[in-house]
Write a protein that binds this ligand. Sequence first.
Ligand SMILES: [Ca+2]
Length: 87
Amino acid sequence: MDLIDGIWSVWVGGSDAQVENTWLWITSGLPMSFTNWESPQPDNWGGGAQNADCLCMGRWSTFIWHDCNCFENRAFVCEKLVMLRNL
Ligand SMILES: [Ca+2]
């Protein structure tokens, strides 16, 4: 999978900042009904003030999910409602 040149990783829009290891979508506040974590993610790498509380994915993991530190600079992807037609 390739994105725009120079983009190494992206924010996806999930977080467990409110309750550790309870991952919610940021815009809706709903729990995730689908996950795609790379094992052994999410591992809250860093702990303490460096909690990995935001969902990201990157080329290093072939865009499988990781928990990342929210203060890092990344591009982001947006959700878009798609209407499907019968073919
Ligand atoms: Ca976390």
